[in-house]
Design a binder for this molecule. Sequence first.
Ligand code: PGA
Length: 250
Amino acid sequence: MIVGNWKMNQSLASIERFMTALAPALDANIATAWIAPQAIHLPVLLAYRQRWPKQLRVGAQNCASALSGAHTGEISPEALKELGVDFVIIGHSERRTLYGETDALLHEKVQMALGQGLTPIFCVGETQAEREAGQTMDVVERQVRHGLKNLQDEQWAQMVIAYEPVWAIGTGLTASAEQASEVHQYLRGLLRSFCPAQAEKIPLLYGGSVKPENLEELLKATDIDGALVGGASLKALDFAELLKISSCQA
Ligand code: PGA
């Protein structure tokens, strides 16, 4: 599973160029491309999904913790569903740090997204200081315990979790496959205790400076089921290459 997080990038013109360049990979049906554009560009991507209904999944980068009401500037999960959006990234480290999103708020967002039948991609990860202090597993455990508390079995079955060490996001520093896999195996162990029936099926994505040169090694490692990709997802040929590499590992 390869998810492109475009963050606050792309224009109408650059999306058109991107999709033209990605078209051969989508036509060849090598793997499903999950793409999260800025909210304002969702309808544009959804129009492309009509052309590639099997090969393209379209998602938001955030949603509100309420369905409607006095929340100026927020994105309603109900409106996302109505538009036909497939998934929503929740708890990205940029949301946590730049916009002060707490574990408690993220728990509400996850519940709202699940209630609308959207697939949440729930992000967790430690900072450099937390890693150096030996707190990585404590941090990701706390984020999962709080953010995903009290989920029913059928809700767990809708979840995707992304491990994104904050120090590796947009920095060019990738966690080694061993470092990433260690955390992924820990997360898998947690899931076995929370939802034994679903634990093995929940995709665990790695994110943080993923590119064509390092994806294969990451995907070969235990419990890494895919990638959440920022920078490299903005280049169509790199993104197509990531899809190709993932299909070879499937
Ligand atoms: P990056 O971003 O691939 O540019 O490091 C990953 C992310 O923020 O999801």
